[in-house]
Design a protein around this ligand. Structure first.
Ligand code: NAD
Length: 503
């Protein structure tokens, strides 16, 4: 697979860019800095039309039985299976993650489709005992409306699928504003969805899934629109605060999946072989550009001198380069801005007492315009202010600790609350870490790293991570509206709470 084969790759996926050509949005491959395509941004009037069409599509789709809606997602899952390799390659070309992770991202889309198909027969409500004789109460879950999805560059297609697969079986329509850095993967995904919808038949409205190509303003227009019943936004905390404010003003629902600042504690009893593998994957996978990337490592001082030199040695030998080449473990950063941000953070960390290894730019022959870096380690004797911030690059802070409670406090003492983990074989330590008095994150793992979630669990985090939950468990409830129904099959009209109101 070469980078120059973008046209044939798009061709295999059935993508034609004819209707999209323009000069507003530029898809640039982080692998070599070359332009993949230039596209036009949708105008405000086109966005307005797309939202209206999505609203109309919802009005029709909500009456299609849920198991039938599941059939559409089953067919979409089939398309993804057929084109897994091509879409995975496109993810790698546009987002720069290694091919294994590009394929993994598409597999995650397939997994959530399977989950959603089963869910389409399990959208259960409760039956509730009434306090009044001859009465019965029940609740139903109904479709909520058009769901606006905003996604970030680092999971250019999976995040959409987590939301869209659930929303569609729940009877909603979908409007997607992908990252302006990864529009091609979005167009390809939309193309595959349309293929599935054509196979499904005429009860799938043509406008069931809408795509908006554009930047922040396009996303902001969608968020402000009252016809968008739910906004599910994934990206930086900066973006989430803006979206939350607009949603709050119109009292709209939102799911916010924002920045993380994830920690791992390595306790004295840890299986260090496993811990090393988990640390390396969590800290340098996706070149440190996952929301769940390991950013803060707290190592018990009794094992610090065994573990940390080993990590540093592995860091020095990590294969860095073209993410399409097999054997590469670290691909490029998304762009120059990400690189500059990493350098600025490293300077600040040094100013706060950190001892740095790595972090410098690597020249990869033939790909000089890509921003490749040796992943960095910043050793500190105690947590520093800089560790309060998420730096979206492969920079891991390491701090020794004495006492588990101290390490748990450090884990929690940041504005973000996405993912966390502990390596220990001491049952008391493990239980404390996941208890109410332990990690305050949405994800708290034992003996695996903080990164690499499965779709079966609800995904999301607390505090400045936004509080939203997507994907598995009962996250589907956010995409529906609940109605409570009381039926009276008696010949009397007793009032609740025994109130007497005789006329
Ligand atoms: P970003 O915030 O720059 O952009 C994300 C998306 O938001 C883009 O589509 C962008 O156009 C849109 N956007 C920005 N401002 C907006 C506004 N005011 N109104 C509407 N839309 C707006 O983020 P990024 O650089 O693409 O992604 C990296 C960030 O995303 C990191 O902070 C990472 O932790 C976070 N992230 C979080 C999760 C999660 O599930 N918690 C998953 C992936 C990424």
């Amino acid at each position: 697979m070469t980078i120059s084969s973008i046209d044939s790759l798009l061709g295999k996926l059935g993508v034609t860019l004819d209707g999209y050509a323009g000069s507003d949005i530029h898809s640039i491959s982080p692998i070599d800095g070359k332009l993949l395509a230039s596209l036009k941004a949708d105008s405000t009037s086109i966005i307005e039309r797309r939202i209206q069409e999505a609203h109309q599509a919802y009005l029709a789709w909500r009456t299609v039985p849920a198991p039938r809606r599941g059939e559409l997602i089953r067919l979409f899952g089939e398309e993804l299976r057929t084109y897994k390799h091509e879409l995975g390659q496109l993810v790698t070309l546009e987002a720069g993650k290694i091919l294994q992770e590009g394929l993994g991202e598409v597999q995650e889309m397939i997994d959530i489709c399977d989950f959603a198909v089963g869910l389409s027969r399990q959208l259960y409500g409760l039956t509730i005992a009434s306090e009044r004789p001859g009465h019965r109460m029940m609740e139903q879950w109904h479709p909520a409306g058009a769901v606006g999805i905003i996604s970030a560059f680092n999971f250019p297609v999976a995040v959409w699928a987590w939301n869209a697969a659930l929303a569609i079986v729940c009877g909603d329509s979908v409007i997607w504003k992908p990252s302006e850095k990864t529009p091609l993967t979005a167009i390809a995904t939309q193309t595959l969805f349309i293929k599935a919808a054509q196979r499904f038949g005429s009860d799938a409205p043509a406008a069931l899934t809408q795509l908006i190509i554009g930047g922040r303003d396009s996303g902001a227009q969608m968020v402000a629109d009252h016809r968008v019943a739910l906004v599910s936004a994934t990206g930086s905390t900066r973006m989430g605060k803006q979206v939350a404010e607009v949603c709050a003003k119109r009292l709209a629902r939102s799911i916010l999946e924002l920045g993380g600042n994830n920690a791992m504690i390595v306790a004295p009893s840890a299986d260090l072989e496993m811990a090393v593998r988990a640390i390396i994957f969590s800290a340098v996978g996706t070149a440190g550009q996952r929301c769940t990337t390991l950013r803060r490592l707290f190592v018990h001082q009794s094992i610090y001198d065994t573990l940390v030199p080993r990590l540093k040695k592995i860091y020095e030998g990590l294969p860095i380069g073209n993410p399409l080449t097999s054997g590469t473990l670290v691909g490029p950063l998304i762009d120059e801005m990400a690189y500059n941000n990493l350098q600025k953070t490293i300077d600040q960390a040094i100013g706060q007492g950190a001892k740095i290894s790595g972090g410098h730019r690597i020249d990869v022959a033939g790909y000089e315009k890509g921003f490749y870096v040796r992943p960095a380690i910043a050793e500190l004797s105690a947590p520093a202010d800089i560790m309060q911030h998420e730096t979206f690059a492969p920079l891991m802070y390491i701090v020794p600790y004495n006492d588990l409670q101290q390490a748990i406090d450090w884990n929690n003492n940041v504005p973000q609350g996405l993912s966390s983990s502990i390596f220990t074989t001491d049952m008391r330590e493990a239980e404390l870490f996941v208890s109410a008095a332990g990690s305050d994150c949405g994800i708290a793992n034992v003996n695996i790293g903080p990164s690499g979630a499965e779709i079966g669990g609800a995904f999301g985090g607390e505090k400045e991570t936004g509080g939203g939950r997507e994907s598995g468990s009962d996250a589907w409830k956010a995409y529906m509206r609940r109605t409570t129904n009381t039926f009276n099959y008696s010949h009397a009209l007793p009032l609740a709470q025994g109130i007497s109101f005789d006329i």
